[in-house]
Design a protein around this ligand. Structure first.
Ligand code: CAP
Ligand code: MG
Length: 411
């Protein structure tokens, strides 16, 4: 088969096929149909030349470009892939086909995957989220937004101080406290000691507040260490673990999902912008959300539209949609808003996310002039005010921590 033979815009994809959507822009003079065929061929069974070894019985494994629409300087393509091309329950394998060599084709100037739609049988070959939104809300016994923080400074605190900052945040009003994405088991704050010390103070905070509290313990590491640390969390009955899904890798995330000992999995996406930021090259964040949801994380960072990171409201809503839309009966994943947030942002975040969100503030709590406990109280009060429909400035008149937060960071 020549590259062009992989293009058939009259083709109707079967329900059993996987569909990928790409933006593709060729280098000067490359024929669009040739390029579209090259992408389908090289990501399924073809290569640059006809082969003497291709057998008639394997023709049904060829991918088909069934849609080609002009889009700016390139084309939006949709390609159907027979399920049999892939191994069930093997995400690295799927992506090695449809997000592998094709990015390096000489004739391709830019390529971005904007759609990854797995057929039911393939999607269900993965575990999917164990808890998802409903499971997380059940743990906290509430269906309103959760307030979280990240222990800051992101690195450097010793174990005791780390646990103390977490305790202050919990008793101040945070539901969730997480490790930062680059904290693992450095010499100044070893994982084994941190989980013990922090869980001890978490229990104390739960006793004092009468509320469920979560500690998102970062297990990102080489896989055996990752599993050992997951075991530490499980042995201490710490409900949560967190993982940096991109630096850890998809295969390791599958292992974690398989061996999580029923931990709730929080997905941090550190590094995603290396592949999601350019709108004409790489892979979109909704595709990353779909991959993570298929494997089975329970919550994932989706951007804020109002904080320090670059995604706008439409992009954040698209990320939320990938986490929560109907998907073969696979549980919905809790969206997490994080990055440059402080109490002022809560009303705008509530408008975007509604009740199904974890709002995480790092600097926006630990940068409070009166310290972490006051910062957590200000964040919690900003949520209470928002839920009862009172403007923050009004509510701040009778809530001093919120008042000083608004003064600190502006109205
Ligand atoms: C936020 C944060 C989060 C980013 C992740 C940080 O701290 O802890 O990792 O929000 O970005 O290290 O920057 P601040 P995203 O609250 O102090 O900004 O959620 O976009 O993946
Ligand atoms: Mg961080």
């Amino acid at each position: 088969m020549r590259y062009q033979d992989y293009v058939n815009t009259r083709y109707k994809p079967k329900h059993s096929e996987m569909v990928c959507g790409f933006y593709a822009q060729g280098t000067k003079g490359v024929k669009p149909k040739w390029l579209a065929g090259a992408i389908a061929a090289e990501s399924s069974i073809g290569t640059w030349t006809e082969l003497t070894t291709t057998k008639p019985y394997m023709k049904n494994l060829a991918a088909t470009v069934f849609e080609m629409k002009k889009s700016g300087a390139g084309y939006d393509l949709r390609i159907a892939y027979p399920h049999e091309l892939f191994e069930n329950n093997n995400m690295p394998n799927i992506l090695s086909s449809v997000a592998g060599n094709i990015y390096g084709l000489k004739e391709l100037k830019y390529l971005r995957m904007n759609e990854l739609t797995l057929p039911k049988a393939l999607a269900k070959s993965f575990k999917g989220p164990k808890y998802g939104i409903e499971g997380v809300q059940k743990v906290f016994r509430k269906k309103t937004p959760l307030i979280g923080t990240i222990v800051k400074p992101k690195l450097g605190l010793n174990t005791k101080d780390h646990a103390k900052v977490a305790y202050e945040a919990w008793v101040g009003g945070c539901d969730v406290v997480k490790d930062d994405e680059n904290l693992s088991s450095q010499t100044f704050n070893r994982a084994a000691a941190r989980i013990r010390e922090t869980v001890k103070l978490k229990r104390l905070a739960e006793k004092e507040t009468g509320e469920r509290k979560a500690y998102l313990f970062n297990v990102t590491a080489e896989t055996f260490s990752m599993l050992k640390r997951t075991g530490m969390a499980a042995d201490l009955k710490n409900e949560y673990i967190m993982i940096d899904i991109l630096t850890e890798g998809w295969g390791a995330l599958q292992t974690l999902r398989d061996k999580s000992r029923n931990r709730i999995i929080h997905a941090h996406r550190a590094g995603h912008a290396a592949i999601t930021k350019l709108k004409y090259h790489g892979m979109s964040m909704p595709v990353i959300c779909t991959i993570a949801r298929t494997i089975g994380v329970d919550q994932i960072h989706v951007g804020t539209a109002v904080g320090k990171m670059g995604e706008n409201k439409a992009e954040v809503l698209a990320n939320i949609k990938a986490c929560t839309e109907k998907y073969h009966g696979i549980k919905r994943v809790m969206p997490v808003a994080s990055g440059g947030l402080d109490p002022r942002h809560v009303p705008a975040l509530y408008k975007i996310f509604g009740n199904e969100v974890i709002i995480q503030m790092g600097g926006g709590i630990h940068g409070h002039p009166k310290g972490t406990r006051a910062g957590a109280k200000a964040a919690r009060d900003a949520l209470e005010a928002t839920l009862e429909g009172t403007p923050l400035k009004e509510y701040a008149k009778s809530h001093k921590e919120l008042k000083s937060a608004l003064r600190q960071w502006g109205k």
